[in-house]
Ligand binder design. Structure first.
Ligand code: HEM
Length: 176
């Protein structure tokens, strides 16, 4: 009986139905969608970016549609070069909405809704501790997988002057 109730709750509650459809769509995009057409020839990996900080506006230029197709995503105040995860974040990818944006709120709230992306700097001040812990965990995952390029600047914050030979790093050792 408990299983029956669970299934009824899962399939007849509209919120669960919406969540199930979103998950189904993402699984489709990640696994099935990418298999339908043969993989296009891989672009050679991009050279590492010179280290620099970004305003929210500057970040927007790196949405994967520029001449070098570079994709940057900000998570918890840090900007990552996610170009090697193009199948996730590139145009048409399941997480393509993150490209050139601050993905912190979306990751913290596990929502791809357009309300998760603000036009102004988002200080996440309204989020609870659990969501903020969540976004820190995502930040750590991005640190492990992608190159750290620089900071996402708060309004009025001056960009750091990095030395000429500093390029994006796999870890953030130089900042802490
Ligand atoms: C509930 C439905 C969802 C399902 C079934 C799902 C499934 C997956 C799967 C299978 C992967 C790993 C793909 C791989 O490594 O090949 C993945 C990665 C990921 N998902 Fe989801 N996802 C869902 C929802 C979301 C949502 C709502 C978000 C964010 C708001 C999200 C953000 C991510 C991110 C950032 C990655 C990591 C991509 C990377 O490695 O850079 N997912 N997801």
């Amino acid at each position: 009986m408990a299983v029956e109730e669970l299934l009824r709750e899962l399939f007849f509650n509209p919120i669960n139905l919406v969540l199930l459809s979103v998950c189904g769509f993402l699984v489709y995009k990640i696994f099935v969608g990418s298999r339908r057409k043969p993989d296009p020839p891989r672009d050679p990996p991009l050279p590492k970016m010179k280290k620099r900080d970004f305003t929210l506006q500057e970040l927007k230029e790196y949405d994967g549609t520029g001449p070098d197709k570079r994709v940057l995503v900000a998570v918890n105040g840090k900007v990552f070069d996610v170009s090697r995860g193009r199948r996730f974040y590139g145009p048409g990818g399941p997480y393509g909405v993150f490209a050139g944006h601050d993905a912190s709120r979306a990751l913290a709230t596990f929502s791809l809704d357009k309300d998760s992306f603000k036009d102004e700097y988002d200080d996440l001040a309204d989020l609870d501790k659990e969501s903020l812990d969540g976004v820190r965990e995502w930040e750590m995952q991005f640190m492990e997988k992608y190159d750290y390029v620089g900071k996402l600047l708060k309004p009025g914050e001056e960009p750091t002057e990095y030395s000429d030979d500093e390029s994006a790093t796999d870890t953030e050792k130089k900042d802490n």
